[in-house]
Design a protein around this ligand. Structure first.
Ligand code: ATR
Length: 279
């Protein structure tokens, strides 16, 4: 066994389902850099204690941060990337020279997935389900890709309204509007995105879809486990193209690796290798 040169971890609650250790294991082999990558289940009440204890030890190169810490982690780092400042959520922390910096590579993962799916974004309309940290990363990606109209539907309407205000200011050329579950039925959109946690094990609920769905519509679920969520099954039955969150997960991991360890030589080749290994 080669000497470990770096320690990294995914912190979340729960994390037992996470594929990140497997992905970083493959990246470590391919890039010939022995990184030990652990899953750490940190309950919300333990986040403060965990961060202060480990910061003093200077152990980690970085963390991936997942549900439910993506927003709370901002209060525990020294610096925020421009994207994290805009979004208000991070999925990566990098420790360097006694400084902890938060990044958001989910945005890159979302953008790459949509480009791979060949979906026309500029000038189009999208329907976004959810208004939490994951939905904010989607809203940012769609605003930056110059989507003309983003409809946001969320169980708690006030959160959807807050999201629309925030991203409407940031991207004046994109109209962010809330929609009720009933209004969804009459929308005409080319993209449906599930950024809620509905579909994760133990969280089931129904989605209301637009009437006008066809093969031109892409349904994108950020969830990657299970592979086929009720969101994707329902959209698929209605004739939409579907993609789950696995590609996003892989792309964000490659971007995370580059933040921690520097550029990889062949991003696309690495993506295909990881996709084959995980499929
Ligand atoms: P994340 O950072 O992963 O986005 P989050 O901030 O907890 O996590 O957001 C979870 C999202 O899933 C929210 O949009 C939540 O709706 P609320 O804002 O009303 O809480 C949505 N969600 C979770 N469970 C849901 C359910 N059973 N039905 C509808 N929406 C649900």
């Amino acid at each position: 066994m080669p000497k470990i040169s770096s320690l990294a971890a995914v912190i979340g609650h729960p994390v037992s389902h996470s594929l990140s250790p497997k992905i970083f294991g493959i990246l470590s082999d391919v890039e010939s850099l022995p990184v030990l990558y652990k899953k750490l289940d940190i309950a919300p009440k333990d986040l403060n204690a965990f961060v202060s204890a480990t910061a003093k030890l200077d152990l980690f190169t970085g963390w991936n941060v997942t549900v439910p810490h993506k927003e709370k982690i901002l209060a525990h780092v020294d610096e925020l990337s421009e994207e994290v400042k805009a979004i208000g959520a991070a999925n990566v922390v990098h420790f360097k020279s006694q400084t902890a910096t938060a990044f958001n590579t989910d945005v890159y993962g979302i953008k790459q997935t949509l480009h791979e799916q060949d979906v026309r974004l500029q000038g189009s309309s999208a329907l976004l389900y959810g208004a939490g940290g994951a939905a904010k990363a989607v809203a940012f990606a769609l605003g930056r890709e110059k989507v003309a109209q983003v409809w946001v539907v969320n169980r708690t309407r006030s959160r959807a309204e807050a999201l629309c205000r925030k991203f409407g200011k940031l991207f004046p050329k994109t109209k962010f509007r809330t929609a009720t579950v009933n209004q969804c039925k009459d929308l005409r959109v080319t993209l449906l995105v599930n950024a809620t946690s509905v579909g994760l094990p133990g969280n089931a609920a129904a989605f209301e879809f637009p009437h006008a769905i066809d093969a031109e519509t892409l349904a994108f679920d950020l969830i990657y486990g299970p592979k086929l969520t009720s969101f994707l099954t329902q959209a698929g039955k209605r004739g939409a193209r579907t993609v789950n969150g696995l590609d996003m997960l892989i792309w964000q991991a490659i971007a995370t690796w580059e933040i921690w360890f520097g550029k990889v030589e062949d991003r696309d080749g690495l993506k295909h290798k990881l996709r084959r290994a995980l499929s």
